[in-house]
Design a protein around this ligand. Sequence first.
Ligand code: PEP
Ligand code: MN
Length: 317
Amino acid sequence: MLINLDKSEKKRAKRIINIFRKDFKSAKVFFTGDKTISVENLKKGEAPALFSQIKAVLPKSEIICSAEELYPDAVKSKFSFDKKFEIIAGPCAVEDIKSYLKTASFLKSLGLKYIRGPIFKPRQSPYSFQGLEEKGIEILKEAKEKYSLKIVTEVLSAEQTNKVRSYCDIFQVGAANMRNYPLLKTLSESDKPVLLKRAQCATIKDWLSSAEYLAGKNKNIIFCERGDYPLFPESGVNFNLAGKIKKDFSLCVIADISHSSLGAEFVFPGALAARYFGLDGIMVEIHENPQKSKVDGKHALNFKDFEKLIKKIKSLG
Ligand code: PEP
Ligand code: MN
């Protein structure tokens, strides 16, 4: 990993040196000219002039080694899907039994194995629809029994984890909860896989640190890259970052191509990008009538477009 520092950024340079000194004990710091120095030889409060000359900070061996040293359990996560490229689709939130069973039946007819089943929604505003909560449990149960699909559902607390345990196959930790350490500790005790989303703007290190909470005891982790805030087109899914952790650590990594897309028309290319970046699959929101969806209708694919997407993915082998 190479970090190029602006010469004038003395404060930032200092902060980075402190982080590297703590986490990458064997990192080397490159200065302007040919001078290099090992991080362990840098002292806190070194002359600012020295920091202003920093050109780059480079761990002795690549980050892959450092991360293994730092996050031995997380990088040994062992989850893998049966298929080369898995698709986890479903509504943003379970809304009612009729529409959920219709969605389940549709996914089953396409030969898919997983369905999203969110009943606890982490909403930014307390006035927005929070999901069906406990009332949704019976719906998940019925869909599971009728269509034998595997249910991926989000939990925000230990209490919710206990409530849905019997009706869910994969627990989802949403972006808003990547740093909910008590929740991660609870899920580390679970025998079910955990889909861990990357929080917006979290680094690989942040993501692996959160995974480490799970991986001490639960090594079935699916890393899900969901992108940053969709303010600008370029702030969507970070495929490079997802591809990097997949390649460097052989982890199971998928992309949620819905949440940071700027509309349904970008979901199709997002899916193909995930495939071409060598990821293990995608998560995608669908709705029989996106305009009527209670949450996230703007980026939900309707059934027809979703079917087209599935056909395209299948054609890629
Ligand atoms: C979701 O998948 O339902 C969700 C809320 O996504 P995120 O946590 O990525 O915002
Ligand atoms: Mn959503």
